[in-house]
Design a protein. Sequence first.
Length: 111
Amino acid sequence: MEKTLRQIFIENLRFYRQKKGLSQLELAVEIEKSPNYINGIENNSTFPSVETIEQIAKVLDVSAKQLFDEQGCPENAIQFDKNKFVDDVTNQLYTRLKTDIRRAMEDVLGK
């Protein structure tokens, strides 16, 4: 069964939001919407206006067209540029873990 345009949008939104390292709340705040707005979109209970889609795309550093691109679905995007994806995820993990590692070392060494 083919995916609908709406399903493709939801999958791409979730994928690019997570790739950017944003929570649903953080993205909602960035586009000046209520805290549950992105959750509503990702759970298929609401759909954004064209203007909001453009705002979301800008925050995610993608074109609005990419959010509707069937080739942008997570499986295809990962296959398309696997090395970049691995580098991006590695950098995000390093950034998040660096602070935790620093705290643990300070605790062991007594600051």
